[in-house]
Design a protein around this ligand. Structure first.
Ligand SMILES: *Cc1c(COP(=O)(O)O)cnc(C)c1O
Length: 435
């Protein structure tokens, strides 16, 4: 075929766009993305890498593996429940469907019965108050850092915030409590010592007018040895006497105590112990979307909600939808992974191990994301050659494993069982490629 004829034989863009399969992909991915894929395949055909008659097949195949965003779904084989680099908590099916419903036009701030404007997030607020009866009111913002920013700006206007030197935490990736509060112009009064703070230290600080007392859960570390801290109950008594708000940041967002994580604070207990405001993240142990949840006293929450910063840190409709669904469901993939039945995990893993002829080893999962620090979650893992980690990470679906002591460990705790067959096929291929 002459060069010109060859080029003419390559299907034109409009002809390809008119193909039903391509038109369907166009509706899902958008014209620009589809045109980009078509152009790439046509270029390959012009270079002679693809026969002109095969262009349509290649376009369809390429569109089938094209996603509308470049975020790649990952199977979390690390055994770490809340993996910050993997977007923390995975949403439940219920939350995903709520997000999908909320993605279009939605009655976010309208009462459809009357057609009159209504308050934002009323159903979410109701769900939170039903789940945590000790709370009088609720406010949801962008994340827990935003909740701290709002609280320290709004309450810090009345005076400095009092905090123990043992709780001036850094969470990671640029989050240092004193720097965050400093950036809001809030003055901090640091009391006590790194390892020991006493009620008398708080009492001395409250001799002067202050904005609030802040108690932080030191999520990602433990102070051990010669230590002393003041409980929420004791602090609440002192703060009530001095009429100073007590704000407790519990970090991980458990709504009620979790027997498997006895040292992890929760909303219900902190409020029952007398905290005026309790703050936490939505995407840690609560297992929902990124959010900052503030529960507590009606008057203080009203004050926060009316502050101008509240508008700058408010949650969007997708978050509101996902969080309501998560709270109402009362369970989440995170909670299920935490409560994984060890026998079931072992039998799934051994089945894969036997099929692939690779050993199964004891492996502790972890809560991660600054929760349940130092608490092992006993389990098992497949022990694979270390060289497998990279191809598994870059495969489809991507599988993230834990590389440790020269091995690649695959822990199924955070992976739904429905993927086991697919994982078995992927591992079998990857092991064959190694040989
Ligand atoms: C994780 C954490 C935060 C930060 O929460 P984000 O939702 O990531 O902003 C704040 N305080 C504590 C105690 C935490 O554990």
């Amino acid at each position: 075929m002459a060069q010109d004829d060859f080029r003419r034989a390559i299907p034109r863009t409009d002809a390809l766009l008119a193909e039903p399969a391509v038109a369907e992909a166009s509706a899902a991915l958008g014209h620009t993305v589809v045109r980009g894929v078509i152009r790439q395949i046509q270029d390959q055909a012009r270079r002679g890498d693809i026969a002109p008659t095969k262009v349509l097949d290649h376009v369809i195949a390429a569109l089938n593996t094209t996603r509308s965003s470049s975020l790649t779904p990952v199977l979390n084989g690390t055994g770490v429940l809340i993996h910050t680099n993997l977007g923390r908590a995975p949403l439940s099916k219920a939350a995903q469907s709520a997000v999908s419903d909320a993605a279009g036009y939605v009655d976010l701030e309208m009462d459809l019965d009357t057609g009159v404007r209504s308050r934002r997030a009323t159903a979410l607020r109701q769900a939170l108050l039903e789940a945590v009866p000790a709370a009088q009111d609720a406010l949801v913002v962008n994340n827990c850092a935003a909740a701290l920013l709002l609280v320290s700006t709004a309450l810090g206007a009345n005076g400095p915030m009092v905090i123990s030197r043992g709780e001036l935490i850094e969470i990671g990736a640029g989050f240092r409590l004193p720097e965050l509060m400093g950036s809001a112009g809030t003055e901090l009064v640091e009391i006590g010592a790194t390892n020991r703070t006493h009620l008398a230290d708080y009492a001395a600080a409250l001799q002067e007018p202050v904005g609030a007392v802040l108690k932080m859960h030191p999520s990602n570390y433990v102070v051990r040895g010669f230590t002393a801290e003041v409980s929420t109950t004791e602090l609440a008594k002192l703060c009530a006497e001095k009429q100073v708000p007590l704000v407790v940041d519990i970090g991980s967002g458990l709504l009620a105590p979790e027997p498997l994580l006895p040292n992890e604070p929760d909303f219900s207990t902190a409020l029952a112990d007398g905290a005026d405001l309790v703050l936490a993240s939505g995407d840690k142990l609560l297992g929902g979307p990124q959010a900052g949840i503030i529960l507590g006293c009606k008057e203080l929450i009203g004050h926060l909600a009316r502050h101008p910063i509240a508008r700058a840190v408010r949650a969007d409709k997708l978050t509101i939808a996902a969080l309501e669904a998560t709270v109402r469901a009362g369970t989440s993939p995170i909670k299920e992974a935490l409560h994984t039945d060890l026998d079931a995990l072992r039998s799934r893993t051994e089945k894969l191990g036997a099929a692939l002829n690779v050993p199964v080893v004891e492996h502790d999962g972890r809560v991660g994301g600054g929760g349940g620090v130092e608490v092992p979650l006993p389990g098992v893992a497949l022990k694979l050659p270390e060289a497998l980690a990279q191809p598994l990470r870059t495969g489809t679906p991507a599988i993230l494993t834990r590389v440790k002591d020269g091995a690649c460990l695959l822990d199924l705790r955070c992976i739904e069982e429905e993927y086991d067959e697919q994982i078995c096929a992927i591992l079998s291929d990857a092991l064959n490629q190694l040989d």
